[in-house]
Design a protein around this ligand. Structure first.
Ligand SMILES: [Zn+2]
Length: 676
């Protein structure tokens, strides 16, 4: 038996044993097993069936997916030069293998034979869906291309995978590299104590005196929101918003990567018979055409823009009262925070004192337990870092049904942001059901001094969001790998369960059990909650318009934009801003250069999904508003019709089965204070 921990497929991953030197041998072996299997299946004379053909491929991709998810996860949360190198080398090999597989006509023919054969009608709906997806994906993977075209197509995919990876690395390197030191505490007026303490610790850790700030969010954001020192805000804002551009270090400049990525994506789409990448992207999504998406965004923009204009007028007028006659981009968060405090008389900082980590987790688990009829408990397993933790989800009979890892705090060499990723996917095997396992990763502030970690309400909402993705993965009842959990779910429906979960962070019934003041132990006072609710839709118009701006930029860029023409991506975002934006960032802002969602994160021509799914999630939540916030009836219907079904049927069918009708935009607009 192999001593390589990445090749152990029974039980949970051995994160304490995985080393960079295990990566290549494991991936090499799995790829060579995969190639042998493909040859054996492709040349077999037997009539292809689910059992003798499709299932064998499923088995192999499960193994490869499982090993690679452990590597990808460690690369993201405990990055090191050796691991990064191993990751990149093997990413290349995997891309090669994946594109060989997806272009193998022999495999394609066998899937088509199953789809049109006599066995098909006897397969389960889940198995049929997998076969249908395979045939579709083979077409999109280039299976119908001519031999010489296939060579070019493969080269495009390889190149894209490299460029995306480089795009993300440039941002990470630039973010890690930047530090800004301040000598005296007087220059930090307005900053909360914990932010000052963290900055002092950061300076000490690098052997410096004074205070050190970085572009990592827990360091950056408090400065933007609270620092009276305008120059300090400007310095950090400028560094943050020019990351990975020609205005930063040349070796991290993403500008050429952007145009190369766009050119290659257009070529890829054209080869498959689409006019542009946007059309290709929508071929596997819930939305049908780019025009439909743009019309959807335009409708929302029309509804939101008057509210956004009102927001910006209020903000500009308020800035004047603070002596900021000419409000700049680096003043916006600062003025907003002051305006919010003035209007609603509370600060994020005040609210944060009521959200110690332990209480928040207990609250999240309580909601989950009540509506979905499960229990969540801490458990033991090897981990990659002392900050990480592990949990088990059990059903009513106290039997484990899923597990998840939680890694909450920001640290060096950990990718920014918050996300859920799959570790093991639920499926039926010869040895019984393999239980699903999820990774939940955040970048919240770590505990400072001897106090527990305290989360802002925003961070709490983020945690509920990621946990919603986790539940989609973990509460699935699907038996087959390809459409189990979030697998096979349309991109623009993936955010339904996550955004749905956020709603609970705004319910008194939930907050009164989820809060406890770090010093006094008192729950959140009702009066403060009422202010939070009043403040909930503060600047909702501005925020919605901003999301629409990013979504339209993404759709245009991958739709009608000509990457060989004279316009640049920066020109396109300016055009979009002419139409919808109420707030213009400075000319030197290089937002596209760090827009990794669409250039490195798989959201290309898919960023609109956030708003699209928000319509679904708000409308789904409205059933809980009707039946009761912690309604078990609504919860069990959501579990069985949406979460349990995963990708085994179209998201629209799941939605209608749950809600009893098609989705409507009304609940989202009402929740955002734009109901009239
Ligand atoms: Zn999400």
């Amino acid at each position: 038996m192999s001593t390589n921990p990445l090749l152990h497929f029974s039980g949970l991953p051995q994160f304490n044993e995985i080393k960079p030197e295990h990566v290549s041998p494991a991936i090499d072996r799995l790829i060579s097993e995969g190639r042998a299997l493909v040859e054996q299946l492709a040349t077999s004379q037997e009539e292809p069936t689910w059992e003798n053909y499709a299932l064998k491929l499923e088995d192999h991709s499960e193994k490869l997916g499982r090993a690679w998810s452990q590597i990808g996860h460690m690369n993201a949360v405990v990055n090191s030069p050796a691991l990064r190198e191993a990751y990149n080398d093997n990413l290349q090999k995997l891309t090669d293998f994946g594109s060989d597989l997806s272009q193998d006509e022999r495999l394609y023919e066998k899937f088509k034979a199953i789809q049109t054969g006599s066995e098909f009608s006897k397969l389960t709906v889940t198995q049929q869906t997998i076969i249908n997806h395979e045939v579709r994906d083979f077409k999109l993977g280039g299976a119908e291309l001519k031999a010489d075209e296939k060579v070019r197509f493969k080269a495009i995919l390889e190149q894209l995978s490299k460029l995306s990876s480089k795009f993300e690395e440039n941002i990470m390197d630039n973010t890690n590299d930047f530090t800004h030191n301040v000598e005296t505490v007087e220059e930090l007026a307005g900053l909360p104590d914990d932010a000052i303490e963290a900055a002092a610790d950061a300076a000490k850790a690098t052997g410096k005196s004074g205070y050190q700030f970085s572009l990592h969010f827990p360091s950056y954001l408090p400065v933007m929101q609270y620092a009276e020192n305008r120059t300090l805000r400007e310095t950090l804002y400028r560094a943050y918003s020019t990351r990975a551009s020609e205005l930063s270090k040349p070796e991290w400049n993403n500008t050429d990567l952007i145009s190369n990525i766009l050119k290659l994506k257009k070529e890829e789409a054209n080869m498959l018979g689409f006019n542009n990448f946007a059309e290709l992207s929508l071929a596997t999504k819930m939305a049908d055409t780019p025009a439909q998406v743009i019309a959807f965004l335009d409708t929302l923009a029309q509804r939101a823009k008057p509210y956004a204009e009102r927001d910006i007028q209020e903000l500009t007028a308020y800035a004047k009262t603070l002596g900021l006659d000419n409000m700049q981009a680096w003043d916006v968060s600062f003025v907003s925070e002051k305006l919010r405090q003035d209007k609603y008389a509370f600060s994020d900082q005040e609210v944060k004192q009521y959200f110690p980590e332990e209480k928040v987790l207990a609250g999240l688990f309580k909601v989950t337990e009540t509506i979905f009829g499960v229990s969540v408990q801490k458990a033991e397993t090897p981990l990659w870092h002392e900050d990480a933790a592990f949990y088990v989800i059990k059903d009513k009979a106290n039997q484990p049904i899923a597990y998840f890892y939680l890694d909450l705090y920001a640290r060096q060499n950990k990718r920014g942001g918050a996300w859920m990723d799959t570790c093991i996917t639920r499926r039926k095997t010869a040895n019984g059901i393999a239980l699903p396992v999820a990774f939940l990763t955040c970048n919240f502030s770590a505990p400072v001094g001897n106090k527990p970690a305290l989360f802002t309400h925003d961070e709490v909402t983020t945690m509920f969001h990621e946990f919603g993705h986790g539940l989609h993965h973990m509460l699935t009842q699907v038996d087959e790998y390809g459409v189990s959990g979030i697998s096979g779910v349309e991109w623009d429906a993936v955010e339904l369960p996550s955004q749905f979960m956020e709603n609970f962070c705004w319910e008194w019934e939930v907050l009164r059990i989820m809060t406890s003041h770090v010093d006094t132990g008192e729950p959140l006072p009702r009066a403060l909650f009422d202010k939070m609710i009043a403040a909930k839709n503060f600047q909702a118009g501005m925020q919605m318009v901003r999301q629409i701006e990013f979504s339209l930029f993404d759709m245009r860029l991958h739709g009608d934009f000509d990457p060989n023409g004279n316009l640049t991506a920066l020109d396109i975002i300016e055009q979009v801003r002419d139409e919808v934006a109420v707030l213009r960032p400075p000319k030197w802002n290089r937002f596209p250069n760090s827009f990794s969602h669409i250039f490195a994160g798989g959201y290309a021509a898919g960023y609109y999904s956030y708003k699209w799914a928000e319509v679904l999630s708000a409308d789904a939540y409205s059933l809980f508003e009707e039946l009761g916030v912690l309604s078990e009836e609504a919860g069990s219907r959501f579990k069985s019709e949406v979460l349990a079904k995963g990708g085994s049927r179209p998201a629209m069918e799941s939605f209608v089965a749950f809600r009893g009708r098609e989705p409507s935009m009304d609940a989202l607009l009402r929740h955002s204070g734009m109901g009239d």
